[in-house]
Design a protein. Structure first.
Length: 340
């Protein structure tokens, strides 16, 4: 197996396009969006030429500690699907080689979000945490899918239409800005301290400015005003909703359910296979809502490696020195105050 330290964008995206289990989050576009939004990250993606000539890609974002020696890697940030992709499934031997190569003497930590669309396990030394997403299979026509909705979701879809909720795809940066400042920030206020991570408008601006056919911000409007939005990413036969939010004051209009219904209908017409609702963070109410569309759980793992003993020794020594320095300073300050 041969390592490609800095694969070209062309070879990267070619491997991703040929992979049946790759998602939009594996593409160079997503990595570029994140790296341009968060300057402390740099693109650190690795390529591997397998013995049969197939190229495997591991999308990576890297960041350095203050000492600039030790590196941290994410595949992928922020908590979206990562791990290796290729035009075929990888053997466990190939997986082991790839991830042992990444865990080198300068690596402090590796975090790999797995991928529910392929099965693999990382080698010894990587701890794993089970997680799951909810996915709606699109192997039936839309009418059959809608017929299988829960009674409540069917009612909400019809109610939203009756109340005049309109669905469209955002085309201007102003619509992205409106979604962010009026819908997204309304949700942040509502979630309060339970918010795991919030994103700057810069990220949404970077997403818009890609002008990619694989990125769509679907919006629901009432009297011309955006009241709900779904930011979706498309790759191969996979559609994933990354942000799905409704303004609290318009909950009674049921715009979110109608919005999802129209997106799912569009995905069926486009020949997509999966509609991925994304993990719910263990929120049972959110999971129940997704299951009302008859989405099913798909299980996978999140992996972490932090087994660099040199790095661990370095941090222990640094903490010891800093502790001694702080105690020395406090002692000197105490003596100075006693003399005064």
């Amino acid at each position: 197996m041969r390592v490609i330290e800095n694969p070209s964008v062309e070879s990267w995206d070619q491997a991703v396009s040929r992979s049946e289990y790759a998602t939009f989050f594996h593409t160079s576009t997503w990595a570029q969006i994140i790296a341009q939004t968060y300057p402390h990250f740099h693109i650190a993606t690795k390529g591997f030429v397998l013995d049969d000539g197939v190229v495997a890609i591991v999308p990576l974002l890297g960041t350095a500690e203050r000492n600039r020696y030790f590196k941290w890697y994410e595949s992928m940030f922020p908590g979206v699907y990562g791990g290796p992709v290729a035009e075929r499934n990888l053997t466990q031997t190939e997986i082991n080689y790839i991830f042992q190569h990444l865990a080198n003497k300068r690596t402090a930590r590796i975090h790999v979000m797995g991928n529910p669309y392929t099965e693999y396990d990382l080698p010894l030394g990587y701890s794993r945490t089970p997680i799951y997403t909810h996915v709606l299979s699109l192997d039936k026509n839309f009418d059959a899918i809608f017929k299988n909705y829960s009674k409540g979701h069917k009612y909400s879809t019809k109610k939203a239409r009756k109340l005049g909720v309109e669905i469209s795809v955002a085309e201007t940066e102003e619509e992205f800005r409106s979604f962010y400042y009026e819908v997204y920030e309304d949700a942040l206020r509502r979630w309060g301290d339970s918010t795991l991570i919030s994103f700057p408008y810069t990220l949404f601006k970077q997403i818009y400015r890609r002008h990619s056919e694989n990125i769509k911000l679907w919006v629901a409007k009432v009297d011309g005003e955006i009241v709900s939005g779904n930011l979706n990413f498309y790759h191969n036969r996979h559609v994933v909703e990354w942000q799905a939010i409704t303004r609290e004051s318009y909950f009674s209009y049921r715009p979110g359910i109608l919005l999802k219904t129209e997106i799912i209908k569009n995905a069926c017409q486009g020949g997509f296979r999966y509609y991925d609702f994304n993990p719910s963070g263990g929120l049972k109410g959110v999971e129940s809502y997704k299951e009302g569309f008859r989405a099913q759980k798909m299980h996978f793992y999140s992996y972490v490696w932090n087994g660099n003993r040199v790095h661990q020794t370095y941090h222990k020594a640094r903490d010891l020195v800093l502790g001694l320095l702080k105690r020395t300073i406090r002692s000197a300050e105490q003596k100075e105050s006693e003399v005064a």
